[in-house]
Design a protein around this ligand. Sequence first.
Ligand code: ACM
Length: 539
Amino acid sequence: MNIKNILARGVFLLSLAVVFFACTEERKPIIPMPVTDLSVENLIPKPLKIIPTNSAFALDEFTGIYTSKNATGFEAVGTFLADKLEKKTALQLPVNDTSLNKIERVIYINQSDSTELKSTEAYQLYINQDSIIINANTAEGAFRGIQTLRQLVPETSNDTLAVHKIWPVPSGKIIDNPSFAYRGSMLDVARHFFSVEDVKKYIDILSYYKINVLHLHLSDDQGWRIEIKSWPKLTEIGGSTEVGGESGGFYTQKDYTEIVTYAAERFMTVVPEIDMPGHTNSASVSYPFLNGNGKTPKLYEGTHVGFSTFDTRKDTVYSFIDDVVREISEITPGPYFHIGGDESHVTKKNDYIYFVNKVEKIVQKYNKRMIGWDEVAIADIDSTSISQWWASEENAKKAVEKGMKVIVSPAKKAYLDMQYDTLSKHGLHWAAYIPVDTAYIWTPEGYGGIPLENILGIEAPLWSETISTIEELEYLAFPRVIGYSELSWSTPENRDWEDYKVRLANQAPFLDRMNVKYYPSPLIDWKKSKFSYETIEKD
Ligand code: ACM
């Protein structure tokens, strides 16, 4: 089947409908659809444009999914959609099976070269009575489009419309494109280690909200979390503990590749971070020649910062870093390598600048673009490198003067480890308390006077000093990270707290079904569902 057949079929079915409504005698049983309003659906992030047509597509067992032939990755997107819809509805929708006679309605994922598609992530979603068409330039755009479609499929079927089960999808047209290309979340697996399964679950939920970057903070004073084959003690010794003295852990390169692949299947880029020259105690315990603070290093299980540094004037330190960057870059398909660079309080300023300049060259040698926390802007770095603004507006402005791009992650607005309020079970509050409304009501566009063209995107970091389980991770991340997805995807005109908080309340059935233990903020009138948060908490 191709798009011409489908459109022809749509026209055919439309004429059938006209005949049906014009005549009194009974014809093919067209299912009467409820009146809907696509513009009030609970979509997050809010799409660029929504044009409702007030009818519905009847998703049911007679629906088939078709994708453009010879379009790279499109069939996989179709299969992903079928799998997710099966989990939600138990329907087993065939993908690209043209041999079936029973198919009456189609979801068509179409590669289009329309100039209206403004980026690789742009998509158009047309929902008609008998067809849903997703147009995108790339599989990435199609993938973003099917997340919107997933959100439009009701959690429960409407069993009054026909003798079989039907999930009515509100009809209309959606034109969508992200505001920012980089929409990230960071997870600190160094202070406490999180398993591959935990990280995959996090990726799954983030990708549902169109977040496209997972930044992994892979090393810190308390732990080294990624296997480096040429320096095995990093994980043998440096990976053996974590905050509070528990047993730590690390990803083998195979584990890391599994995470990267899982993320790539969801069009999410993994950004690996090796934090240096400070935050390096676990590396120096493993290989004491790295240490530059003159002390004999011991494993550290506390939460202080700023006491460790590499010896920035030793050539062997740079050979070590070259191996680490090379090995990680070889298994990282994404374009970025994050070198940390924050809170190097015991590194002299000149040494720090010397260090960042040298490490930037190593990162570039392995064809990666360097990202560093905002302090790196004080070095003589290249305009192609990126500064992640977490603390200092002055540093962010320096980055702009150097022509660099900035990732906006201000701790007082975007740190997921900040407590919601004084009653929060987990988290810290050194930057601020960040309730769900504060997390949402700010404008990253032009934040702190940074010109829009210098802003690569937004990232919400989750540091793990106070959390060690997936439930605790979810308590801090959700629901706030859902708001950051909207801040980074949707235009300022499409963002409104009063409107957002209703859409957020309606995420509860999805989050409950996914067993996400979000913080049930009292600011939100959470929609009850059969898998309610309270039920899961008690079990
Ligand atoms: C940071 O929070 N130290 C980047």
